[in-house]
Design a protein around this ligand. Structure first.
Ligand SMILES: [Zn+2]
Length: 659
């Protein structure tokens, strides 16, 4: 008596990708409902089963669908937006500003649908995602029919879907509660990375994942800089640090792990964590080489991921599998490292284990879900076929197959592609919508690039704007005269400080854009030591007006704490010229005729320009400024700084508007 099943896939080269690497040629797979009922040689399966629908695979390779262990699928819509930049400029200068402006539930659903179409076409049946509005990623994934671990991002900055991390955590909790038992989606939480989260976020997300027994998806030890910063700030490496925060109590999926040592690998192994290796992303962003052979030797489940399509820039797992093998060989100087069967296992069974869904998918075994693909291994670029070595089939897939050789895809017992025809997604419609969105994003960036100010604002963060500012500069031959005259009874000193100032001035092709100053200010204490330091970024408006010849009125200017490095701003703003000014500054906060002024006595050392007196005041209106200008002229006389006409015009050009 034969049993009737839903599907019988027969006459295939079946690569089960199970632990023993069993293969059957010719082989067959019986599918009942959402699961695999039997796998084996054609004659054995034929004896036991008949089917409502039998597919003659015509010698194609039948294997489990590929598992993309780390990605950010909605970023298909940002593919090619900005490339060949350093990570911080790429992320903070382009990705995050555009995400803040455009990312919405609709954006996320469209981007996910596009990614799913690419996945089906290239034989990916499961993926592990991390993004915003993750519930919408899950919805679009279910519509497309794929399997995914969907992780809602939590980080310390405001994000497109939440004003605070507490809001993100609440989103994650609601999402997990609603989707926990879904047949295709495993909901998850994603503390973005240790350096974009606080200790509190790491602990809270781990507790949430443990409470619901769902995976926790995060980026760990991606760059050498991350490891160095972690060591200098916390005295330990990344893995011990997150262990200390309780993160490893959860079922962790750790993307990257490029910069970890043997001890850290054992820590991850003990915690049962899975690793997602992202060869293209690590190459393109120059993150380094993950110690993949070592991690596999230790016994870690290392899957393979594409990372987001904005940093890869494709979602082609065939390419990733090949690179995972090639890079391991090149870096270890060993052509036997990560051989083809192992590379393919990383993208199937081991990858599924790394995502903590190994009981569901990743191999063709009785009881697992029917997630499978057919690959044509007869095209010219993959010929001829040798049969002597059983590993030949793996080598052909890893070293010569192309993603376009995938002809048929089934997930959870449902066909998503038959003979290269997508069954659940309309590519033409998705493309049209993506192109319309690209046009809007282009317009947004083109407008932003038109002014230094809008580029500055696009970076986000706190910023203050001043309306008018009054200032006078006088070149001095003898600075000691100021130090004694400032003690005159008409002047009331309210504070006195000393600073070292290091300024970089960026100027731009169009002078009406103003100049941007990156200033590092060191407050010097009575013993001559640095008491504190801060960096600020100021956009200096072009000088607007001049009274007499040394009272300057500056137009509006923008002031923001400089949260990035000088190098970041240089690469982001691309100035045509840079000037450096270094000086020692004595500053008095004074009151003269009931009006507040700052009096600065500067010694400009670089360039060597000598001594200057600067008097300045913040004003609220032009009328106010004109009244104060009178008082400033009185103060100049009172301080005995009569050399005003010797003021260096060049110097004024350099320091106009500075505080
Ligand atoms: Zn990533």
């Amino acid at each position: 008596m034969t049993k009737t099943v839903d599907f019988l896939l027969t006459n295939a080269l079946v690569l089960t990708m199970d632990k023993e690497f069993n293969q059957y040629a010719p082989g067959a797979v019986a599918v009942q409902g959402d699961s695999i009922l039997a796998v084996g040689p054609v004659d054995e399966i034929a004896k036991e089963y008949t089917a409502k629908e039998t597919l003659d695979c015509d010698g194609k390779i039948l294997m489990p669908g590929l598992v993309n262990a780390h990605t950010h699928v909605p970023m298909t819509l940002l593919r090619g937006l900005a490339d060949d930049l350093r990570l911080d400029v790429w992320l903070m200068g382009y990705m995050m500003p555009v995400e803040r402006e455009f990312v919405s539930p609709e954006f996320v659903q469209l981007g996910t649908s596009i990614a799913c179409a690419e996945f089906v076409r290239s034989g990916v049946t499961s993926f592990c995602d991390m993004y915003y509005f993750e519930e919408d990623v899950a919805k679009a994934t279910v519509d497309a029919g794929l399997r995914a671990v969907c992780a809602q991002t939590v980080l310390k900055f405001p994000s497109p879907d939440a004003d605070s991390w507490e809001d993100s955590l609440a989103l994650a909790r609601g999402f997990i509660e609603r989707w926990k038992d879904h047949p295709l989606i495993v909901p998850s939480v994603a503390p973005h990375a240790p350096f974009t989260c606080t200790d509190e976020i790491l602990r809270a997300t781990a507790e949430l994942a443990v409470e619901f027994d769902v995976p926790l998806h995060t980026h760990l030890a991606e760059t050498a800089l991350e490891r160095e910063n972690m060591r200098s700030e916390n005295g330990m490496s990344v893995i011990p640090y997150v262990e200390k925060q309780g993160l490893l109590k959860a079922k962790v999926i750790a993307a990257h792990c490029v910069h970890i040592d043997l001890g850290e690998m054992h820590t991850l192994l003990r915690a049962g964590a899975g690793v997602a290796h992202n060869p293209s992303s690590n190459l393109k962003l120059a993150s380094g080489f993950a110690p993949v052979p070592r991690m596999l030797e230790v016994g870690l489940n290392v899957g393979i991921g594409t990372d987001g399509p904005a940093s890869n820039n494709d979602l082609d797992m065939f390419e990733e599998v090949r690179l995972a093998s090639f890079i391991a060989k090149a870096v270890s100087n060993d052509p036997a490292a990560v051989p083809a069967p192992m590379a393919l296992a990383m993208a199937t069974r081991i990858g599924a284990q790394a995502l903590h869904i190994g009981h569901l998918t990743g191999s063709l075994e009785t009881g697992k879900r029917a997630d499978l693909i057919l690959v044509d291994a007869t095209p010219l670029h993959n010929s001829p076929r040798f049969r002597r070595d059983p590993n030949n089939a793996y080598a052909r897939l890893v070293y010569a197959s192309k993603s376009t050789d995938v002809s048929d895809v089934m997930v959870n017992g449902e066909w998503l592609m038959r003979e290269h025809q997508l069954l659940t997604l309309d590519e033409a419609e998705l493309l049209a919508r993506a192109n319309e969105l690209a046009r809007q994003i282009d317009a947004f960036l083109i407008e932003r690039e038109q002014s230094v100010l809008s580029k500055l604002i696009a970076l986000g963060g706190s910023m203050e704007q001043e309306s008018f500012e009054l200032q006078v500069k006088v070149k001095l031959d003898d600075p000691s005269i100021i130090r004694s005259n400032i003690k005159k009874p008409e002047i009331k000193i309210t504070a006195h400080k000393r600073y070292r100032q290091y300024d970089n001035y960026f100027s731009f092709e169009d002078p009406s854009q103003g100049r941007l100053r990156f200033r590092e200010d060191e407050l010097i204490d009575a013993k001559g030591n640095v008491a504190s330091a801060r960096t600020r970024l100021t956009l200096l408006g072009p000088r607007e007006d001049k009274f007499e010849y040394d009272v300057l009125l500056s137009r509006s200017r923008y002031l923001a704490p400089a949260t990035h490095t000088l190098r970041f701003y240089r690469e982001y703003f691309k100035p045509v010229e840079e000037e450096i000014v270094e000086k020692d500054r004595l500053r008095w906060h004074i009151k003269y005729k009931d009006t507040q002024f700052f009096v600065n006595l500067d010694t400009v050392e670089k360039p060597d320009l000598g001594h200057f007196l600067e008097i300045k005041s913040r004003t609220w209106s032009r009328m106010d400024a004109e009244h104060k200008a009178e008082l400033v002229l009185e103060l100049i006389a009172l301080l005995g700084a009569t050399g005003s006409e010797t003021m260096t015009r060049d110097y004024i050009e350099v320091v106009t508007g500075q505080q």
